[in-house]
Structure formats: structure tokens, C-alpha cells
Design a protein around this ligand. Sequence first.
Ligand code: MGD
Ligand code: MGD
Ligand code: SF4
Ligand code: MO
Length: 679
Amino acid sequence: MATDLKVLGACPLDCPDTCSWEVTVSGGRAVRLRGNPDHPFTRGALCTKVNRWLERAASPDRILHPLRRTGRKGEGRFERITWDEALDEIADRLGAIIGEHGGEAIWPYWGTGTLGWIQGCNGMAGQRLFNVLGASRHHMSICSIAGSHGLVYATGTSAGIDPETFALAKLVILWGTNTLTSGHHLWKSIQDARRDGAYVVAIDPVRTRTAKQADEHLAPLPGTDAALALGLMNVIVGLGLEDREYLAERTLGWETFRERVAAFPPSRAAEITGVPEADIVALGERIARTRPTAIRATMGLQRHAGGGATLRTLACLPGVTGDWALPGGGLSYSTDAHFPIDTAALFRADLAPRRTRRLSMTRLGEGLLEVDDPPVKALFVIAANPAASAPHQSRIRRGLAREDLFTVVLEQFPTDTADYADIVLPATMQHEHADLHNGYGHLYLAWNEPAVEPPGECLPTTETFRRLARRMGLTEPSLYDTDEQLAEQALRPTGITLDRLRKEGFARLPLPDPFVPFADGFPTPSGRLEFVSDLAAAAGHDPVAGYVPAAEVPDPERAARYPLALIAAAPHHFLNTVFGDNPELRRRAGEPRVTLHPDDAAARGVRAGDRVRVHNDRGAFEAVAEVSDDVRPGVAATVKGRWPKLSGGANANALVAERDSDMGGGAVFHDTRVQITRL
Ligand SMILES: Nc1nc2c(c(=O)[nH]1)N[C@H]1C(S)=C(S)[C@@H](COP(=O)(O)OP(=O)(O)OC[C@H]3O[C@@H](n4cnc5c(=O)[nH]c(N)nc54)[C@H](O)[C@@H]3O)O[C@H]1N2
Ligand SMILES: Nc1nc2c(c(=O)[nH]1)N[C@H]1C(S)=C(S)[C@@H](COP(=O)(O)OP(=O)(O)OC[C@H]3O[C@@H](n4cnc5c(=O)[nH]c(N)nc54)[C@H](O)[C@@H]3O)O[C@H]1N2
Ligand code: SF4
Ligand SMILES: [Mo]
């Protein structure tokens, strides 16, 4: 009797936890998927979403063959074609476009469908080919970049503390992060801390499922967190409990920053944030007297026009208290930058004829409708669903509908974006291809070994681009590197070999445990935590860390027309738009909803269960109203990830501006003013 085979892999989704998983293969079929019990962070559990992975892989909707459009753009009508036909057509069209407009008329648009270094957006699979063609460069601005930039000005890197050290904290602050939804494995470390007496505070305009589990919840107005942080530091300094030795030895610019802190007494912080002054004083005192204090601040916090400054200023708080020096103290954002992956070796920028222009992921509408010289004539969408996930939906749709745009979509499912494709290419799922991953919420690398043969004619992204390169007659040898060669090149600086990773499935970075990242200084120009930064000044920012207001939320004119600030955060049952079409998860998630405070609902004659229209001058979506003081007055809460075509044609991104945040050109998803009207 054939025995079942167990194959180790990793979850590819854009989630900090990057779970290690084990696929059971029987008779060539994947019959079971579970979390790896031996992985210290996964601890045997996946999540509500990925527990349905194999069901998703076997879905009748899965795209299994290349397709060519037969209907109008956006209609989603296609005919099956062969790979040969698809590659011929793509090679011909690209050749003609390059001949007429040059390589920059091509935009390879990678999304976060998989974070892999080989198949996914971290490694920008296919980038080498696009370099050879001289294509425009893709700026991955959609998710975390503003906060990363802000942290670099303060601590020299976006890589904060190891989330596993939260188990050692005595005070845990969950700041603009919904742990139990958007990366629940950290909760185990928080529970460990709690068993040792730690106190947990959530700071979120919405009383999320995480905030409900916390000991205390503060609900600031969206985009005001830097003012709150300054108020808290003001309380600490007022008590004389700042860590003077740490400030003298490990930080730069304290004298100047202290003046800024002095300008934010709790009364002023209360006025800006809407958090009661007494609560700010109480939390400030608690932080002042509790060592170590661990702050978890993730991407939700920086989806505002002042998002970069927010993370920059939050990172100053553990500098004032000296927490950065302690295991279990400091701030955690994304551990990505701790992984010394050789990106230069992977991307091979040297293959490009010259340094080409960069187009921003969050400005797709602009890129397709306004960018000229040359205009974008060919769009490759790779593991992305911008018609659902990127800002200003109606503009994106107008751009995608351009008859003179040649769009190729590499997809697993018939998304709203795929509906606009000229050619759809069928993509493998994670258990069908090889990939290399790192967590951005822990310190482990993972190797994902393919467990089964791909269904139908699905191909991994790397193989798709190898075949296209061959079809285009390109001779650059590195375009044909195998997945294993790519992984070896990427891994070289990590000190962990592919052989070992393959054998063990995962490996922690060779760092001390517990890991205190800045014990020997910060990777800033001064080697210290920089309250005042020359780099920030040179980039046109305030040299001193501080509070930069959001764009729409505090704008009185906009507030008069659109009185509610909309937050569309991570949904519990979907991962961005992945699983947004899964019947069981949709059933559990229920209809699209928007939650209003009872006062705001009453002012609009809205009762729980009413159908409402959420709208502003950019667009609208429909939802069922939920009335609850889980949201603070003035805020309306919904989630991202809904498929427009399954939700009446639009989702929250119909209302979001195509605007850059203060740093890095990040997106401003939670900086959106709206009105809500009963239907
Ligand atoms: N289940 C699930 N998990 C996910 C995802 C998903 O779609 N579903 N998405 C993944 C991805 S791509 C990412 S980037 C991460 C994102 O995960 P998070 O970083 O957690 O980001 P968000 O869900 O956008 O926002 C988190 C919380 O911040 C709050 N918030 C919004 N604005 C503000 C503010 O101005 N101040 C404060 N204090 N709070 C604010 C929101 O109400 C929300 O509860 O999660 C990943 N994990
Ligand atoms: N309103 C609002 N909008 C948001 C956010 C928010 O907080 N609020 N969050 C933003 C954030 S943080 C992010 S990261 C973006 C995400 O936005 P995108 O990067 O566009 O990600 P998704 O919408 O999840 O689309 C990913 C697609 O990749 C496909 N896919 C998955 N794996 C593979 C693969 O191996 N190969 C190929 N070819 N395809 C694959 C999936 O089927 C899916 O359709 O959304 C952003 N949008
Ligand atoms: S989505 Fe996150 S929690 Fe769920 S399996 Fe993937 S990595 Fe783990
Ligand atoms: Mo993200």
C-alpha cells in the first residue's frame, strides 16, 4: 500500500506570520494541509482563511488554461487558447510596443498575492526579463512603505524588535494593529506575557476583536497617533521618568526633541486625538513605570497622509524610556529588513539598458490615464487585483478599459482585474510550485517544496517568464536560471543553505535568542536613535520627529461635506482579495457591512440592518449598516478585500484617493472622508 507523503511548505500570503505548513499527498493529490507543529511561531495552527486552501485550489472557478478575451474589456468573456498561441501573441505585441514606444511603455505590476522571493513580489519574479526589455520599474507602494521610511529616519531600519520577545514584555501596546485578525500567531506570545502579569492596551479608532481582548482600549481619531505618542512622552518627561542615561548615550537630538514633546501636553494631545486627557495621563504613567514595554504598530497605522511621521515618532517613545535596550522592549513593525536576502543578485538591475522610470502601484489610474512619454501600452498584472485593491477604483477601471492597452494577467481566479485582460495566463498555487519565504512578523526563513503537479496547464511565474524570454529569442543566460538557482543566489548572505532549508523546511536567522536588535547601536548615520535626522531633512521632511496630520480626516471643508472618516481594514475571513470569492468564507463574513456609532446612525436615520450607500466625490459602495459604539463617533468602519463584482460593483476603494502619504509614496487607505445615506 502506498504511504502518504508529507511535504513541508509555507503560506505565501501577505501576512506577517508566514506559517510553515505540511501538505499530505496521497496518490499524487494533496489531501490535507495543516500548520507545522514543529515551527515555533506557527505552533501547528493556520487560520480561518488558509484552512480552506485546498478547497480553494480545487475550486471549479480556478483558471486552468491560457485565455484570450472575446468580449469587451471588463466583461470577463474569454476563449481558451494554447500556451503557444498566448506566448506568440504576447511576444508579438511586446515587440511592436517596444518598437514604437520603447521598453518603458511596459509596466510589470506585481501585487502581494504571494510574497515569495522566487514566484512572488519580494523577488519580483520576471524582473530580469523586464530589465532586459527596459520596462518601467514598479514601485511597491501599496502596503507598508510610509512606515518603513519613517522608521528608517528614527532607527536606521524598518526592522524593529522580534515579535517573539513580546512574551517578555510587562506592558504590550497594540497600536493600530488588529492582531487577532491580521496575524494571530503573535497572540500566543502576548498570552505568554499575560501569564507573567503583562497589561495589554489597544489603540484603535475601532474596538476590534483584538481591542475587546485587551485590558484597555483607547480610540483616537484616525491619523492622530503621533500626537498621542507625543502626549504620552510629555507625561513621562513630566514625571521625570525618562531614561537619562539611555538618552545621553544612545540617542541624538534629545534637547531639540524634548521641546517638541513639551509642546504636546496631554490637554493638547487630547484635543487632537479625541482621547480623554485622563486616559492619556494614565497610559503615560503606566508606560513610565513599566519596563519592558513592547509596542506592536503595523501597517494600519500608516495608511494616512502623515503615516510615515507616525511610525517615526512612535519609534522615539522606546528611546525616551530606554526600552530599546531591553529584551521585550521596543517597537515591532515588520521584521523584513532583518533578512539579508541578496536582492541585487535576484533583480539584476544591471541587465537594464539604463535606469528606467518608476511607476507607483497606488497610482495605477494615473499611470494608465495620464502618464505620457511614453504612455503605458502594455500592463502585466502579476498576483495583483488592483481593480479591487488599489485606490480610486473608477479611474483604474477607466484605465484598464483603454482599447489601446495590452493587458496580460497572471492569475489563479477570475478576478475583477482579470476581466480586463487581453490574455490571462493560468498560475500555479503555492503547493504546486517552489518558493523561498521570510516572515515579516518573525525571524524564520522557509522553503516551500512543491507537493503536487499543477492542475490543467497552470505554470509558476518563473516558468511563464522563462518561456516568454525564449519566445522572444532572448539570449541573456540568467533569464533561464532555475528556481533552485534563484533561491541559492538569494540565500547566499543569510548563512543558511538551500540544502539545509529544504531538509528542515524552515530556519531561524542565526541571531541571538532573545534578540535585542539595537543593543550595540542603531544603523543610523550617528549610530544612535535619531530624534533629529539629517536624512529626513535632506528628503524635505521636518528634521525633528513629530506629528504630521492626515489629509482628509482633519480637513474642515472636506469634513463639512463628508462628515465620517472611513476605515477599511483587514477582513477576518479574507486576505486582501484572496478568498474573497470562497463561498463558505463569504457566508461567514456575511454581506458587506459598514459600522457606525449610534449617534452618527441616528443623525442619518440609519438603523441596524438598513441598506446604506457609502459615498464621496470619487465613488460609492453599498453595504448593510451595523450600529455600535465599537466605532468612535465620526468614524465609519468597513473592511478591504471584497470582490467588487460580488458586492454590487464596487468596494471601499471606490472612495479612496490616489494620494501619496508623507513618506515613500505610500497609500492612504484609512484617510478617506465619506457620507452615508440610507437607501
Ligand atoms: N485576515 C487578514 N489578515 C491580514 C490581511 C487581511 O486582509 N486579512 N491583510 C494582510 C496585509 S496585506 C497587511 S498589510 C496586514 C495589515 O494589518 P494591520 O496592520 O493590522 O492593518 P489594518 O487592518 O489596515 O489596520 C489595523 C487596525 O488599525 C486601525 N487603524 C486604522 N487607522 C488607524 C489610525 O489612524 N490609528 C490607529 N491607532 N489605528 C488605526 C484599524 O481600525 C485596524 O483595526 O495584515 C495582513 N493580514
Ligand atoms: N481600502 C483598502 N484597500 C487596501 C488596503 C486597505 O487597508 N484598505 N490594504 C492594501 C494592502 S496592505 C495590500 S498589501 C493590497 C493588496 O492588493 P494586491 O496586491 O492587489 O493583492 P490582492 O487584491 O489580494 O490580489 C492578489 C491576487 O494574486 C493572486 N495570486 C495569489 N497567488 C498567486 C500566484 O502565486 N501567482 C499569481 N499569478 N497570482 C497569484 C490572487 O488570486 C489574487 O487575485 O491591498 C491594499 N488595499
Ligand atoms: S494567512 Fe497568515 S495566519 Fe493564515 S496561514 Fe497564512 S501566514 Fe498563517
Ligand atoms: Mo499589505
